[in-house]
Design a protein around this ligand. Structure first.
Ligand code: ADP
Length: 587
């Protein structure tokens, strides 16, 4: 069963009340008009009757035959149910069908007589004491050619006249009832035709407002309903489009935030999280899953960050703090107020990983300390020996030259150190990027071996070469590559005892050319191996210095290898020897 809305009932009742009022008004008007017309026609008939009665009694009246006249009047009165009175021009009652004329008052001033005397006909309605009811009195003026005037007055009970009118009332009432019934049905249909699309529209609009953007209104029916339906549909489409656009924009924003290395956290005025990216979770060490809407303090555990956030919220001023290590990483967090439309300002936390910068700072400090230390040691020696010489040793024929030789050794050490430092700094700067040449590595290896052969022979070491035939060329800077191979051979000779064996090989491996320097020297303890390429890292400092080492040789090799797009690695065993592998890309 179709359930009608309240709107329908209101519409229907409004129409129906209007229709009832119109029907009732029309009915009353029609009744009034009908009564008036009917009453007039009854009156006319009664006047006609009066005239006929006069004609019936005219002869008797002229002859003043009261008896027969009275009888005629009585008969007619009985037949038509009226009272007849004959009155002369002075108002004397000559005959009457109900009372004795002699006993009756003068009728000249009765309203109907006065009116009939003036206009020929007169009518009045009044209470009859004789009949004890309301009567309609009509008077007809009859004038003889000789000028004699008589009035025929007719009195009929008003109830009798009204009875004749009531027939019309009943039919009219039936008509009005039929009109009301029909208009009720019409109003029902009209209200339903208008209310149904509106009810449907309002239910569609409610569904759209609740989020069902696929709902569409029926854009038919009346012109107005169709226009409204189309407008609602256009609105739904516009909302869906705007929603899709905002979802797309949010997705893009999340994608951007997701690929950022900076951590981002945005909160509302109540410090509830509205946006967060994975980098923030990783940097500040929390789980990013399901935290939207949670309070900042529930998610970020770092007290310092929370305190700073409160300070920023209170002051409205941006602040930066450095915290960590958090899981071994140093983090800088910039906290700024974040304006929210219409609400209290939220906070924007941007966190970035400063571990590298912190480590670089540490490294720099350590490097300066190392350099100072490395410089101070030979300088102290040089200064000491110079003082000794000045104090007299200079003239000593044995000690003098001996001390000078020591000073020279330390000066060489200093020179080596400064040269190596310069080399390193060149390699680290843009200027250090090697020139690109095609380098024939087999020739280069043989050249370096030839150069180092005297040093090896001095320690009675065997220095052999094994270069694969057809070794491809590598592209790079021949001077730097020569320096790298020389450094490796220098180490092998230095850290291999007398009569040891050193071999240099060069072969291809996948897309690289690998140069291997193998010795059977003192080797390197396993725990030192990971740090062996660091600047100034030495297994045995005094031994290295004794050998004229600076602690920078392998660091330089590593930099040269990296600058050529290659790498260097070392494997070693204490007492058995070491192998250093320098890989360079072919080409
Ligand atoms: P250094 O100037 O002291 O030789 P390097 O950077 O060349 O500096 O080498 C760093 C350290 O590595 C050396 O002090 C030494 O202890 C160790 N080392 C390098 N090459 C060898 C090797 N072939 N055998 C044993 N130890 C080595």
């Amino acid at each position: 069963m179709f359930r009608h809305s309240r709107f329908f009932w209101r519409l229907f009742l409004s129409y129906f009340v209007l229709a009832c009022a119109a029907a009732a008004g029309l009915g009353l008007f029609a009744a009034d008009r009908l009564h008036a017309t009917r009453f007039e026609s009854i009156q006319r008939a009664l006047y006609e009757e009066s005239r006929l009665v006069y004609e019936l009694i005219e002869e008797d009246l002229k002859a003043k035959r009261t008896g027969p006249m009275q009888q005629t009047l009585g008969r007619v009165a009985a037949a038509v149910g009226c009272r007849f009175t004959i009155v002369d021009n002075e108002g004397h009652v000559i005959a009457d069908t109900e009372a004795e004329p002699a006993t009756m008052d003068n009728h000249r001033l009765r309203p109907e007589i006065v009116q009939a005397a003036a206009q020929g006909e007169g009518a009045s309605t009044r209470w009859s004491h004789t009949l004890r009811e309301e009567v309609l009195c009509l008077a007809y003026r009859a004038q003889e050619p000789d000028g004699t005037i008589h009035f025929v007055r007719l009195a009929v009970p008003l109830a009798q006249v009204k009875k004749g009118l009531r027939v019309f009332d009943e039919s009219l009432l039936l008509g009005v009832a039929a009109v009301i019934l029909l208009s009720g049905a019409a109003c029902f249909l009209l209200a339903r035709r208008q209310a149904t699309p509106i009810a449907e529209l309002s239910s569609t609009a409610r569904a759209i407002a609740a989020g069902d953007l696929s709902r569409r209104a029926f854009a038919g029916g009346s012109v107005e309903a169709a226009a409204l339906g189309s407008a609602v549909n256009a609105m739904a489409e516009a909302i869906a489009e705007a929603k899709a656009e905002s979802a797309k924009a949010r997705e893009e924003l999340l994608a951007i935030l997701g690929s950022m290395t900076e951590g981002i956290i945005a909160t509302d005025g109540q410090r509830r999280i509205v946006l967060v990216n994975p980098a923030a979770a990783a940097l500040l060490d929390f789980s990013a899953a399901g935290i939207a809407g949670k309070a900042l303090w529930e998610v970020v555990r770092d007290e310092q960050v929370l305190q700073e956030a409160e300070q920023v919220a209170a002051s409205g001023q941006r602040r930066t703090l450095r915290c960590g290590p958090i899981r071994g990483r140093y983090v800088a967090v910039v906290i700024s107020p974040l304006a929210h439309a219409g609400g209290a300002p939220g906070l924007l936390l941007v966190a970035h990983d400063t571990t590298e910068a912190v480590e670089y700072q540490e490294l720099r400090k350590e490097f300066v300390a190392n350099v100072s230390h490395e410089l101070r040691t030979p300088l102290t020696f040089i200064k000491g020996f110079i003082e000794t010489l000045r104090d007299g040793a200079l003239s000593d024929p044995v000690k003098g030259p001996e001390y000078l030789a020591t000073i020279e050794k330390h000066v060489t050490q200093l020179t080596n150190l400064v040269n190596d430092l310069l080399e390193l700094s060149r390699l680290e700067s843009r200027a250090g990027i090697p020139r690109r040449h095609s380098v024939k590595l087999d020739e280069l290896v043989r050249k370096v071996v030839d150069l180092m052969q005297p040093a090896a022979q001095k320690k009675e070491q065997s220095l052999t070469v094994a270069v694969s035939p057809g070794l491809p060329a590598s592209s790079g800077d021949p001077d730097y590559l020569e320096r790298a191979i020389a450094n490796l051979l220098d180490n092998a000779i230095k850290y291999t005892p007398r009569c040891g064996a050193i071999n240099v090989s060069a072969k291809t491996n996948a897309a690289s050319v690998v140069i291997e320097v193998t010795d059977n020297g003192i080797g390197i303890p396993a725990h030192d191996l990971p740090r062996i390429f660091e600047r100034f890292y030495r297994v045995d400092k005094s031994r290295s210095r004794e050998m004229g080492g600076t602690g920078l040789g392998l660091a330089i090799v590593k930099h040269i290898a990296q600058a050529h797009g290659g790498s260097v690695e070392i494997s070693s065993e204490v007492g058995k020897g070491s192998t250093v592998r320098l890989s360079l890309p072919m080409g």
